[in-house]
Design a protein around this ligand. Structure first.
Ligand code: FES
Ligand code: MG
Length: 597
């Protein structure tokens, strides 16, 4: 609980719109039009909390589409608790389909939400989340506006199956693409197997970015305990929708706001939980962005320091074997968090949306299946969090260590007495079109020792940043049994990918990062044990390359296609700083300025 007293009706910010004798004209205009929607005069003027419901589901956003149904139970819960619900649409974000990338829209949806939450008569908000970037957009806005807010995830799809084999969203596509490349399967079979992974409503059923970010919302304390991973079609999903609606009304009276919950300790908990989940490599980007808007300093050094030592407990694809349904039945996020709390890795005193502390919420939530959610002393991987690599090519790049093979770990990472570094010749691609056009070109001489580099894929180079760094080797190599090569780049990769690429290199080539100076044939030394990646080219050669690049106006990237692409490219911070909009974090707690002028 906060120390603040309970609010009284006349302290609700919606009163300025709905019961304002000093501005009778304003009140009349607000009331008459909302009554058209069937709300009664009594509901609007009797001092009930007005609760917004940010609707992220639509025909364009199938991963969140069942929120169109769930919202009915949210409204029932709001009304039962004495509130008045007002549903409104969010800018759609559908990860798989939006071009050039859904990441372009996270900040756009954030801006839209901030304007709505600030400028309309809302006392609190239920934020419906699911697909990938809908969750960070909502949490960033909640931090900025700071009216009482609660997250309701739509939950993952049911497990995908082909025969007795689990088929995980996204993850299956990365596997099938290799089989398609070698001619092992045809295009029609590729499509039919890919669709096996999507058997129901809900978001990706693997621990991709959607499951990770909804688990982060819960780990931060911003959604009801145990709610993040309830599969979309389960009856518990609509029950928790009702409870979420009921709870937000009470949060308004109790005056529990996002910035009471989104503290430094809460973010540290989120980092630790993410590692134990084998969470998406997009999580540091989004969680750092939410922290930035909450006024909490969090960076990729924190992710390595707090997260890398944490063991992998969730046996969920792509790092593990199971999918969302088993994970939920085994206890979901609370069972993972309790195991971490018992071993002193979580701060149990943090406040959560239900008014209880994390430790109170976790009581009795032991894992029900210790193959799916491992015990702390029997993890899948001992140190599973991200590494934050540095060197003369970038200030920060991440490596997801939960997916590194045991053999690779032994040689390059886990044996402090005898760590090897590896060296390789790089082959450089400028964006994914260049990669697809040239990867099978024999003159590139790609062999088992090559390091594939992708640049021009950061938030400026490819507006919003592309999920393309996990590059497949040439078909000829796959046929020889070499299914992966080390990859490095200034873009991202899908959270459903099991590739241990070196990603999110910041600064990116397009903003003058040294990656722009790299040439095919250069040699790189990668020393994971010491966290270093070093380009082995002398300074004078790099100077010359820099002059040549400056003479053509810097690293080239494609023209803006829309006004928003231009605005975002002008303002966007690098991936390691969460890809936020420069200056937006100066606006915090904006609903405190009430009424809006
Ligand atoms: Fe929407 Fe994965 S594509 S959640
Ligand atoms: Mg993605």
């Amino acid at each position: 609980m906060t120390n603040r007293p309970r609010l009284t009706s006349d302290q609700l910010r919606s009163r300025w719109w709905f019961d304002n004798p000093e501005h009778p004209g304003t009140t009349a205009l607000c009331i008459e039009r909302y009554m058209n929607y069937g709300v009664t005069l009594e509901e609007l003027t009797s001092g009930r909390p007005i609760i917004g419901i940010a609707q992220s589901g639509s025909d364009l956003t199938p991963c969140n589409r069942h929120h169109l149904e769930l919202v009915k139970r949210v409204k029932d819960g709001i009304r039962a608790a004495g509130g008045v619900p007002f549903e409104f649409p969010m800018h759609p974000i559908h990860e798989n389909v939006r071009r050039p990338t859904a990441a372009l829209d996270r900040n756009l949806a954030y801006l839209g939400l901030v304007e709505v939450l600030h400028g309309y008569p809302l006392d609190g908000v239920v934020m419906t989340t699911g697909c990938d970037k809908t969750t960070p957009a909502c949490l960033m806005a909640a931090a900025t506006v700071n009216i009482p807010a609660i997250v309701l995830s739509g939950g993952p799809m049911l497990n995908g199956w082909r025969g007795n084999e689990r088929v995980g969203s996204g993850t299956v596509i990365w596997e099938l693409r290799k089989r398609l490349a070698t001619g092992d399967i045809e295009y029609a079979e590729f499509l039919s197997r890919a669709t096996d992974s999507a058997p129901s409503v809900g978001h990706c059923n693997t621990m991709g970015t959607a499951s990770t970010m909804n688990s982060m919302a819960e780990a931060l304390g911003m959604s009801l305990p145990g709610s993040a991973m309830i599969p979309g079609p389960y009856k518990e999903r609509s029950m928790v929708a009702y409870q979420t609606g009921d709870r937000i009304v009470n949060m308004v009276w109790e005056d529990i706001r996002p910035l009471d919950i989104l503290t430094r300790a809460a973010f540290e908990n989120a980092v630790v939980v993410c590692s134990a989940l084998g969470g998406s490599s997009n999580a540091p980007v989004h969680v750092n962005a939410i922290a930035c808007h909450a006024g909490v300093k969090l960076d990729n050094d924190d992710w390595q320091r707090l997260g890398h030592p944490v063991p992998l407990l969730a046996n969920v694809m792509p790092a593990g074997a199971y999918l969302g349904e088993e994970f939920y039945r085994a206890g979901g996020v609370p069972a993972v968090a309790l195991e971490l709390l018992k071993h002193g890795l979580l701060n149990g005193d943090v406040m959560t949306v239900n008014g209880h502390t994390m430790a109170e919420n976790l009581k009795g939530n032991d894992t029900l299946d210790d193959d799916v959610i491992r015990r702390f002393d029997n993890p899948l991987v001992a140190h599973a969090g991200f590494l934050n690599l540095k060197g003369n090519l970038f200030d920060s790049a991440l490596m997801k260590t939960s997916v590194i093979s045991p053999d690779f770990r032994r040689r390059f990472l886990d044996n402090p007495e005898d760590i090897e570094a590896f060296e390789g010749r790089v082959v450089v691609f400028d964006g994914s079109e260049d990669y697809h056009a040239r990867i099978d070109d024999p003159s590139l001489n790609i062999d088992a020792t090559t390091i594939l580099v992708m640049r021009g894929a950061g938030p400026v180079g490819h507006p919003g940043g592309a999920e393309v760094v996990n590059m497949q080797p040439p078909e000829a190599l796959i046929r020889q049994g070499i299914e992966s090569l080390p990859c490095l780049g200034d873009g991202r990769q899908s959270g459903t990918s099991g590739s241990p690429s070196i990603l999110n290199a910041s600064p990116e080539a397009a903003t003058g990062g040294p990656l722009a100076l790299l040439e095919t044939g250069d040699r790189l030394r990668v020393d994971l044990g010491r966290g270093r990646v070093v380009l082995m080219v002398d300074e004078s050669t790099l100077e010359l390359r820099r002059e040549r690049l400056d003479a053509i106006g810097g690293y080239p990237y494609p023209a803006h296609q829309t006004p928003w692409q231009e605005i975002q490219r002008t303002l966007i911070e690098p991936l390691d700083r969460g890809m936020t909009l420069r200056g937006a974090d100066e606006y915090r707690d904006v609903a405190r300025v009430s009424p809006p002028r």
